[in-house]
Each structure stands twice: as structure tokens, then as C-alpha cells.
Design a protein around this ligand. Sequence first.
Ligand code: IMP
Ligand code: MG
Length: 181
Amino acid sequence: MQADLERVLFDEATILRRLDEIAAQISNDYRDRELTVIAVLNGSLVFMADLMRRIPLPLRLDCLSVASYHGKAQTSGEVIFKQVALPDVVDRHILILDDILDSGNTLAAIREKLETAKPRSIRVCVLLQKKKMRHRMVNAEYVGFEIEDEFVVGYGLDFMERYRNLPCIGVLRKELAAQPN
Ligand code: IMP
Ligand code: MG
């Protein structure tokens, strides 16, 4: 698998060191509030597991599963929620976790949808954020790493459902990433 990478951006030790920092920041910000983590599956699974074990606060966990068709010609920006009911987040302080902020469509849709469930507050935490112009204003309060606008895999991120189990994050070789979405 690692041979399919053009180059490694962040090895496992670097990722975990950064998670220590973000977790410390989150733990400080939520020290007197009960946190509800909402993880966006499947991409944030590995990130979520490593991050939440670094937050020594009482917290709840819910997961959301969405299908986003961003990048595809006609359905660009469409986000479909796979579960019928949203988690019960009334009056809760929620922190949405996702793997990567790319176009921002997915997180904008999730944020909007969760707002209808009347939480007390919403923040967003992403492991990666691509440097690019976005049509939709999406702000992530916690960002692991800023990266260039390249297609990356590993540590939960996939290309056609592969590479999620790579312990590092790297740029997929161009010839393999011909159709990233
Ligand atoms: P969005 O464009 O911000 O809506 O991103 C939607 C989803 O596309 C992310 O949650 C990822 O699952 C996926 N995605 C975007 N960029 C990459 C990438 O570079 N590698 C792997 N998945 C990506
Ligand atoms: Mg994803």
C-alpha cells in the first residue's frame, strides 16, 4: 500500500503529536461543559478513536454517516444523510469531527442539519484542511494540518474505500488517483 504513495506527508508519530495538541486545546475549551462528539463516518473513524482517548473529560459519542457526491458533474454539493433520525443533541455542546475539509459541502450540510436539532453550541474539528477557495463558508475551529490541494489517503482517508488502514497520510500517486471521487 505504501508503495502507492507519491510521498508521505505525515507519519504516525507526527499525527499523534498533533492530536496531543488539539486534544489539549479541546479539553481546555470544554473543561466545564459536557461534550458530545459527532463523528462523520467512515473517514473520521481512525482520527476519532485516537483523538477522543486523549480528551480526559466526560463525553458522549454519536456517529453520522453521509454520502457526498461533490465533484460529480450534475449532483455537485449534494449530501445525503444515511440515517433516518439525527442524534438527540438538544441543548448539547457538539463537536463535529471529520477527516478533511475540502470543498466544505459535506460539513456545511452537516452543520446546517444539526443546527435544526437545537444543540447549545456547534464546533467543527477536522484532521486536514485543504488550502483552497470555497464556495461555502465553513469554518473549522480545530484543524490538525493544512495541506495543499492534493488527493491524500491513509489514517482513515480512502480512495475508492482503500488505504484507510495506512497508519500515515500521504499523497496518492497521480496515475492511481485519476478519478478521486
Ligand atoms: P468536501 O469536499 O469538503 O465536502 O469533502 C467531502 C469528503 O470528500 C471528505 O469528508 C472526504 O471523505 C472526501 N475527500 C475530500 N478530499 C479528499 C482527499 O484528498 N482524500 C480522501 N478523501 C477526500
Ligand atoms: Mg469522508
